[in-house]
Design a protein around this ligand. Structure first.
Ligand code: FAD
Length: 321
């Protein structure tokens, strides 16, 4: 790769999630020449595409359904809702599309160059942007496509904002009935029974959505309480409102084995000493929301031949080949 063929920027930002796009926009507002590299076709990262926004859009809909049902107590009956899953999916896509499209417009207004593709350092001041999805990397000024864009970006400073990915429970088989938060939010179906592994915020959001859509949902959490790390007063309020929607909620319980069978996903659970395990262990769909982790593999691919062990993003060093 030759720097001569590269476009030069004051700043490149890798990753167009909330961390990346806000840094890119701020830098552009301060007068820097900025390129924002994103491997997916839309901006917004996990939050806008497969996280905060679609989950809140669905939580809102199921929340409204629940409020309507509550009115029965005061004599107002709406009847059982009928759910058109295709239309709900289209609504979710429309909400996400409006917001990610808005970001592209904000990038264009600031003259931030968007480069679509997967970024990789090729020297301390150059990035190669390869195809992210089998297609060619492409650059655009704020969203418009520009053919023949150079694959190398030269820069003075870089910000790495490559985000996180869901952790897959070790040993879990490949099966479309085993979901993570991304596939759960894609709403491929409404399972009759769903076992949510992980009683943290993301697991409980998904549990609430699917319970609202009509699934029988059980939750297993390895720790002694739901939403570890959250303020207990808030968790109490959450439990008072949402606990009645759920079936079994088992704390201090671990999944020790997962097998995909024709009838459903069979799980083996290790309950706390002295407690029996009342959960049916088959016929589930299964949603794993155990945790998320930094995209460490991106680091390994991003950082090319480090001269020193990189202990954190800010200490990563690159060396020429
Ligand atoms: C279901 C769910 C619900 C959530 N709800 C909330 C909420 O209500 N409120 C809240 O505050 N947070 C919520 N979060 C968390 C929130 O989504 C994250 O904190 C936020 O997205 C982190 O932003 P980020 O920019 O650090 O990373 P990300 O959003 O992960 O963005 C990183 C981007 O980098 C790109 N990238 C990675 N590697 C490369 C590469 N080599 N080249 C080019 N691009 C690359 C990725 O494609 C991605 O678009 C939720 C998360 C989930 C999963």
């Amino acid at each position: 790769m030759s720097a001569a063929s590269a476009q030069r920027y004051d700043l490149v930002v890798i990753g167009a999630g909330p961390g990346g796009y806000s840094a890119a926009f701020r830098a552009a507002d301060l007068g820097l020449r900025v390129a924002l590299v994103e491997r997916y076709p839309t901006l917004g990262g996990v939050c806008l595409n497969v996280g905060c926004i679609p989950s809140k859009a669905l939580l809102h809909k199921t929340g409204v359904m629940r409020e309507a049902a509550h009115l029965a107590g005061s004599g107002i009956h709406f009847g059982k809702p009928s759910i058109d899953l295709d239309a709900l999916r289209a609504y979710r896509h429309a909400v996400v599309g409006r917001l990610t499209g808005g970001l592209a417009a904000m990038a264009a207004a600031r003259k931030v160059t968007l480069v679509h593709g997967s970024a990789r350092f090729v020297s301390p001041h150059e990035l190669a942007v390869g195809p992210a999805d089998g297609g060619a990397a492409r650059a655009s000024k704020g969203g418009g496509s520009q053919a023949g864009a150079p694959p190398v970006l030269a820069f003075d400073k870089a910000i790495i904002a490559t985000g996180s990915r869901a952790i897959r429970l070790p040993g879990a088989p490949d099966d479309p009935r085993i979901l993570d938060s991304t596939s759960a939010l894609a709403l491929q179906d409404i399972p009759t029974r769903l076992l949510v592994i992980g009683g943290g915020i993301i697991g409980l959001e998904m549990a609430t959505v699917y319970a609202g859509l009509g699934s029988a949902v059980d939750v297993v959490e390895a720790g002694p309480e739901l939403m570890p790390g959250a303020d207990r007063d808030l968790v109490k309020v959450w439990e008072a409102i949402n606990r009645p929607l759920l079936g079994e909620v088992r704390l201090s319980t671990r999944v020790t084995d997962v097998v995909a069978e024709r009838k459903g996903i069979r799980v083996s659970l290790q309950a706390p000493v002295g407690l029996s395990n009342p959960l049916p262990t088959t016929a589930y769909w299964w949603l794993s929301a155990v945790a998320r982790t930094a995209r460490a593999w991106v680091w390994r691919r991003l950082v090319w031949r480090p001269t020193h062990a990189a202990s954190s993003p800010s200490t990563a060093r690159c060396a020429p080949p």
